[in-house]
Design a protein around this ligand. Sequence first.
Ligand SMILES: *Cc1c(COP(=O)(O)O)cnc(C)c1O
Length: 361
Amino acid sequence: MTTAYSPRSWPGVIEAYKQFLPVTDATPRITLLEGATPLIPSVAIGPSLPGKIRLFFKHEGCNPTGSFKDRGMTMAVSKAVEEGARLTMCASTGNTSAAAAAYSTRAGIPAVVLIPDGYIALGKLAQALMCGARTIQIAGNFDDCLRIVREITDNYPIALVNSLNPYRMEGQKTAAFEVCDVLGAAPDFHALPVGNSGNITAYWWGYKEYHEKGITAGCPRMLGFQAAGAAPMVLGHPVPQPETVATAIRIGNPARWRDAARAVEESGGLIDMVTDEEILAAYKELGDREGIFVEPASAAGVAGVKKLAARGFFGDDEVTVVCTLTGHGLKDPDTAISLAVEPEKAPADTQAVVKMLGLAD
Ligand SMILES: *Cc1c(COP(=O)(O)O)cnc(C)c1O
């Protein structure tokens, strides 16, 4: 042994947290060793906020397909295989389809992914196609895709792996366990983006379960952030035409609305909204001040914490705040390139580059 740490001992979230999950020894572990994602201390954004905020980033972009959806998908596909499904199906514009494709392939069963007409983030489409999902583009929107998937899975022996699948929530709550296991306690606040509202609900269930089992002494207050153009829970009514640059949270009528509202209420937290400008500012800041590249939706929680801190929400005492960064920046290279400055140009000449850098006159 040259180090006390073993890079190979992590077995994936099902095996690691099996006593908290609806599995038995007979449940197959369909896993890509997801989970155990880093809890990264902020070096720039946190220290620059007013108050005494210990800020951490739970970087879910480090999962095998680059988003937190892997935690839910390992459970959904493992249970589908246990129950004898021979095909999985989902409607998705993004990360769910990438995860469904990868985990179904891992299980040796085909995945069918229905995607809507129109813009799909390039990285996510590439993942579904490369991981062997049968990808069908429907001449309609996301709601049409979901309706078709539901009608088919209701009538044929096919596992629906959209967020309506209850096992996905079980898998996703493991992220809250990991945060507590690393910090040695629950944080004071947990902030994250809210789209279909499954993830905020799953985190809350995880934190509550650890507390009820006596593993932690308390629970965090849950802070959920929607995009201003897709903020049904803030406005109090569905949004028929949601619009935001943060495509992963462009949802007008969240499936887990009630559960998420209860999570926020029980925890003493809040749901607020942030504008696309605030989201993109946090997106850029994560990259150029923290060295962490996420997809735009993932920055919504950070944008929200900055907004709350600016109005003194966190008070003067030291508080621990965790922001979930939900997905990796490489998912959506087009948005990154559209905001970035162009590369500088130089001749293939050392002296020219030396001069450009101001190292010599
Ligand atoms: C799915 C997703 C979300 C939204 O999570 P919900 O559970 O739908 O609220 C946010 N960010 C990314 C990157 C996602 O893939």
